[in-house]
Design a protein around this ligand. Sequence first.
Ligand SMILES: [Cu+2]
Length: 220
Amino acid sequence: MWLYHSHANERRDIAAGLVGAIIVSAKGTVRADGTPKDVDREFVAIFYTADENQSWYLTENISKYISDPKNLPKNAVFAFRDVEGERVNMSFSAANIRETINGYIFGNAPGFTMKQGERVRWYTAGMGFLHAAHWHANTVLLDGRATDVVPLLPAEMHTVDMVAKNSGMWMLHCHVEGHLASGMYTHYMVQPAATITKHEAPVESSARLPHFERDPRAVR
Ligand SMILES: [Cu+2]
């Protein structure tokens, strides 16, 4: 895997989401459709700190989503509630920095669905800040050793293989605690082998984790 990202106007282009994966396989290792022969399924997970203050879309997004865009001061302060229910203020610029997986936050990243026993290849990469990709319940092989954490410095890439042994809905998240609190987590679904027929494709789960601490299956 190679991490594509723009160098035209790097800061603004990347902040606007111009980041993606280029997967190059060695000759003779892929099927006719380009997928690798030695795994059943592939996933791309890019751990990406998006600074929307620098995005080309900032002005457009403000006019589209803010009810009174003309009167939005850039030094505005927003409030949220902390764990005690206390009001905490957050600056406009801080609120525009998003800790995402594939651009999604707070458990919404779609597509990570597989069947129990499948050999799965994860293409992971980091962008914007340092991250630590962490899977609950199943391990991956990183450079020949089993682990459940893959370090991702900015633009670092790791291709890791998993055999999805444990069925269930499990968390995939960044282990940088501030990123986890900011929503850099999602779930991946391993459908139990007993409940699926041989030719049935896995169904994309519509379930969402309301909060990572409230899902008893997510305890590692
Ligand atoms: Cu992170």
